[in-house]
Ligand binder design. Structure first.
Ligand SMILES: *[C@@H]1O[C@H](CO)[C@@H](O)[C@H](O)[C@H]1NC(C)=O
Ligand SMILES: *[C@@H]1O[C@H](CO)[C@@H](O)[C@H](O)[C@H]1NC(C)=O
Length: 485
């Protein structure tokens, strides 16, 4: 395709680094408010007519629907697990389609279905059935009694849905906007495995006309303080004109229960600002919500669910849990055959092949180490469709005494495409690609640490790795506008 790929890729890699650096700096200013992509879907909705007034007198007023992706989902529910979507203020049950469609397509197509990890456990994961309540555009934000009816109806809907599944099946509840208030109000419940809210105000909404809302919010405060069901709140931040950031943040609790607030702008690998309504269909958000639901649904243990939520709905500003013990030590043979770089030379490996360690002498004045890996994995963090190679970093005293090196930043960045604006206007970035960024401050290293070693394993000629030391001031900055806590 290109006559001399090496300089070209190196140049591209450098360019990407510059663009990453630049975009990180300028993100606040240049990000289109809706850096979202839409995807194909083929929605259909089956009304649950058996959920009638025998179940709830409100069945006259509201309805319950089952989403089916035409040509993908089986007509009958059964060997599958349920999810319930609760729309928000003046919202519609049809908003379920974005997340439901993504879950179905992820389950039945790549990568979940074909990944070795998934195949090995294909007896564990199941397709999901997405149900949605329809409140006929009730203006729930303004009337406590309306909200109470919605909570009542939704709790009966949960009971009805679970009656269609084997005993002890649990359900995941998703809520958009005030639907998240309804979802959280269903707790405590042994039947609910996790709650994910999108653009939901957890403190009192600005406009309220009656006192019933106060008691609903008082109840939510109790739930948030004391209930162990994992809850994630996805927020748009400044891009969400309806819900102020402060209101979307889950309050801390005294019992270290899993409460996670993630701003879409900081959602790992996403980098997109998401408005109030876009929160439900924005591709970068929905596929992660769908994936989290798919992977947590089969597990009864709260720890396992928390692990899954932590993996897929993670704030890129926090470090993932690092299993340093799982890093294979750098063995003598690898150290002996390591390529030793001259002081001050940046490591650029384009299309790594096989396994090779590289020793980088730490320059005296440099304060930070930055590693960018395109296509491969670092400490088990990798883009969705990643290449077989992985990269490990060690701190060494001399050539032969190396121990695994602990970063203070490890996250997935979206890949800027060459010659295209970044983030791509109206599209944001894709989950299938990405660059893993590892960074660490060097101050903490012991006196006798002379080198860092970068080991690349199982390269197949694709992807690239860049590593360099930097002064404090040329680090890749966090975008200021996304630091919301
Ligand atoms: C509700 O549906 C069930 C099952 O189809 C039926 O047996 C029952 O009579 C219905 N109730 C009403 C009030 O229509
Ligand atoms: C949480 O539970 C504890 C004891 O289980 C109780 O003392 C406390 O009042 C509860 N908090 C709320 C907000 O209900």
């Amino acid at each position: 395709m290109v006559a001399s790929p090496t300089p070209w890729i190196a140049c591209l890699a450098f360019l990407s680094l510059t663009v990453l650096f630049f975009s990180a700096r300028e993100l606040g200013g240049t990000l289109s408010p809706q850096g979202c992509r839409m995807s194909w879907m083929s929605p259909s909705y089956v009304q649950q007519i058996d959920f009638n007034t025998s179940w709830s007198p409100l069945a006259d007023r509201y309805s319950l629907w089952l989403y089916r992706e035409v040509g993908w989902d089986a007509a009958r529910v059964g060997d599958s697990l349920p999810v319930l979507f609760v729309p928000g203020n003046a919202g519609s049950s049809h908003q379920v389609r974005s997340i439901a469609s993504s879950a179905t397509r992820q389950y039945f197509s790549s990568p979940l279905r074909i990944s070795p990890e998934f195949s090995a456990r294909s007896n564990v994961y199941k397709p999901l059935d997405f149900y949605a309540v329809e409140f006929n555009e009730d203006l729930s934000a303004f009337h406590g009694t309306t909200l109470e009816s919605q909570i009542d109806y939704t709790s009966k809907a949960v009971a009805y849905i679970l009656s269609l599944y084997p005993p002890n099946t649990q359900i995941i509840v998703l809520g958009h906007s005030m639907g998240g208030v309804v979802a959280t109000s269903l707790l405590p419940s042994r039947e609910i495995s996790a709650v994910i809210t999108m653009s939901t105000p957890f403190t009192l909404p600005p406009a309220r006309f009656d006192n019933n809302i106060d008691s609903i919010y008082a109840n939510i405060a109790r739930v948030l303080e004391n209930n162990s069901t994992p809850i994630v709140s996805l927020c748009g931040g400044a891009t969400d004109m309806m819900i102020p950031s402060e209101s979307c943040i889950l309050p801390p609790n005294s019992r270290s229960l899993f409460r996670r607030t993630v701003f879409s702008s900081a959602l790992e690998g996403a980098w997109t600002g998401v408005g109030h309504r876009e929160m439900v269909w924005c591709h970068q958000v929905r596929w992660r919500v769908a994936r989290a639901a798919l992977e947590l649904a089969p597990f009864a243990s709260e720890d396992k669910r928390v692990e899954v939520l932590d993996r897929w709905l993670r704030d890129g500003h926090t470090l993932p849990s690092l299993d340093m013990d799982s890093v294979k030590p750098l063995d003598e043979h690898e150290a002996e055959h390591a390529i030793i770089l001259p002081v001050g030379q940046k490591l650029v490996v384009d299309g790594p092949k096989g396994t090779r360690a590289h020793l980088l002498p730490i320059p005296a004045a440099r304060k930070r180490f930055t590693l960018l890996v395109s296509g491969g994995a670092v400490l088990s963090l990798a883009p969705e469709h990643h290449l077989p190679f992985s990269v490990a970093v060690y701190q060494c005293s001399g050539q032969f005494h190396c121990t695994p090196f602990r970063p203070d930043t490890l996250k997935l960045l979206p890949t800027p495409a060459p010659k295209k604006p970044f983030p791509v206007p109206h599209e944001g970035s894709d989950e299938s690609e990405g660059v893993v960024l590892l960074e660490a401050q060097l101050d903490g290293l012991s006196e006798d640490t002379t080198h860092l070693a970068v080991k690349i394993e199982q390269g197949d000629g694709r992807g690239w790795v860049i590593a360099d030391f930097a002064d404090e001031h040329d680090e890749v900055n966090e975008p200021a506008s996304t630091t919301c806590k």
